[in-house]
Design a protein around this ligand. Structure first.
Ligand code: GLU
Length: 480
């Protein structure tokens, strides 16, 4: 069997979006699970949409997610160049072959004429498609126009009557009537190929075995099959992935912040969770397991288990998954990944027992990395006490509780460490004869400025002796 070779072929928008990552991931998983090759090709033939460094940005985004590319721009491979704007000669040569064999023709129609033609077709209720005005030009007329340097495009002559039958690995046997297909432009007036010609030519010369792409390209497949036939080539195996949908089942939003992978990373989602979540946008395993590492995905993924139906982008599920990773990665790992978010808010933490303990408590209650910072603020800074808090701290019971601990904590550091390991709250409640809310509220308010939160020994451990004492003293010294 031929080697499996798949390609991710993004247009250079400069950022990786959710849909692109899903295609790249499925390409990658399919390649890895079959011993095949995963290729990156940059489809930059639309000169109006060029973005500088697009290839570098995409490669680094994929690498950040852990997806390694076998062949591509800047990476190398035997089938390059992997950027379409560097392959123009190849497309021109193939377009010439199509012209020579009569499958393609020059079209000199102006934009005005084409607009007028379309309007008239619309008024008559007809299909809007090129009326083949230039197909009737004689060879000499074409030569003359070309010699005069008249602006032109090259069009592919689509068959008049043709139902294209083909198999899609996910959708099964399909038939698509192409009788009403437009004579597709394959070389534009700027001399660049359109996507259709370039993709078919590259897929052939790069020996792509499976074309894995979004469902939005399904309607172009008859054109691509026809192009392959005209050029005398076999078509690759077609694999069209289901659409990704918003919650209301509309097509996934195009707003960059909603779909750019980087923006999810910035929001504090783990790359493992994003990848895991994206893997399940259209695929699931036989046993419906939900949490997968990339290695596991490489092992279990199969195109046969990809659905036809649109996959809903459910942010609640991504949040849930992120929470799972938040609680299952090692504490040190979570802390290290959270550090930049702490720094951004002016807290410089070190990786030590205290900060790890803080993360251990915080991660039970947080979904995203920045939420850890918000949670840990109770330890890292002292919020101002509100009038209500001050009043609660000023009661006779509160002052008794606070004074008790101020005295108790007046010990050397070593004793403090041992002391908080004992069941201090129970012993204190017994001795003071103050229980429940009356006991806990003043301590929590003094120590963390809120009535609810972690258990007292954890608070003491994280704050340490000096800070605990200082916060209790501050509360006791309040002038109400
Ligand atoms: N350049 C196309 C895109 O931006 C690729 C389509 C394909 O994979 O054939 O989606």
């Amino acid at each position: 069997m031929k080697q499996i070779r798949v390609r991710f072929a993004p247009s250079p928008t400069g950022y990786l979006h959710i849909g692109g990552l899903r295609t790249a991931l499925y390409d990658y998983l399919f390649a890895r699970s079959t011993g095949g090759k995963f290729i990156l090709r940059i489809e930059d033939t639309d000169r109006n949409r060029l973005v500088e460094d697009a290839a570098e940005k995409l490669i680094s985004a994929l690498q950040r997610m852990g997806i390694d590319i076998d062949e591509g721009p800047g990476i190398g491979g035997d089938y390059g160049p992997y950027v379409q704007s560097e392959r123009l000669e190849i497309y021109r040569h193939e377009a010439q072959r199509l012209l020579d064999s009569g499958y393609a023709y020059h079209c000199f129609c102006s934009a005005e004429r084409l607009n007028q033609m379309r309007e008239q077709q619309q008024q008559r209720g007809e299909f809007v498609k090129y009326d083949r005005h230039c197909l009737s030009l004689s060879e000499d007329e074409v030569k003359e126009k070309l010699a005069r340097g008249e602006q032109h495009v090259i069009r592919l002559k689509m068959p008049d009557e043709r139902v294209f039958a083909f198999t899609d690995l996910i959708r099964g046997d399909l038939e698509m009537d192409a009788s009403q297909s437009d004579d597709q432009v394959i070389i534009k007036s700027d001399g660049f190929p359109t996507y259709h010609l370039a993709a078919v030519v590259d897929d052939h010369f790069m020996e792509i075995s499976h074309v894995i792409r979004g469902e939005e390209w399904l309607s172009s497949t008859p054109k691509h099959i026809w192009l392959n036939e005209c050029l005398g080539w076999h078509s690759p195996i077609w694999v069209h992935l289901p659409l990704i949908l918003n919650q209301d089942r509309s097509k996934l939003s195009k707003r960059m912040n909603d779909v750019s992978v980087d923006s999810y990373l910035e929001k504090g989602y783990f790359k493992e969770a994003i990848l895991n979540f994206i893997a399940l946008l259209g695929w699931h395993s036989a046993d419906d397991q939900e949490i997968y590492s990339l290695e596991e995905l490489c092992k279990y993924f199969s195109l046969e288990r990809v659905n036809k139906a649109g996959a809903v982008f459910d942010l609640t599920k991504l949040d849930w998954m992120n929470g799972v990773y938040m609680r299952s990665l090692t504490l040190e790992d979570v802390l290290k990944r959270a550090l930049p978010y702490f720094v951004a808010q002016g807290f410089s933490l070190e990786v030590n027992a205290t900060s790890l303990k803080m993360i251990e408590i915080a991660r039970e209650r947080c979904t995203l990395l920045p939420e850890l910072v918000d949670y840990c603020k109770i330890f890292l800074s002292r919020a101002a006490l509100t009038a209500e808090m001050k009043a609660a701290l000023a009661t006779e019971e509160s002052r008794k509780v606070l004074a008790y601990f101020l005295k108790l904590f007046d010990t050397p550091e070593e004793d403090f460490v041992n002391l908080i390991l004992t069941d201090l709250p129970k012993a204190a409640m017994q001795e003071l004869g103050i229980k429940g809310k009356l006991f806990y509220t003043p301590l929590r308010l003094a120590l963390i400025r809120q009535e609810h939160g972690p258990d007292l020994p954890s608070i003491w451990e994280i704050l340490g002796k000096d800070e605990s004492v200082s916060r209790i003293r501050e509360a006791l010294e309040l002038q109400v």
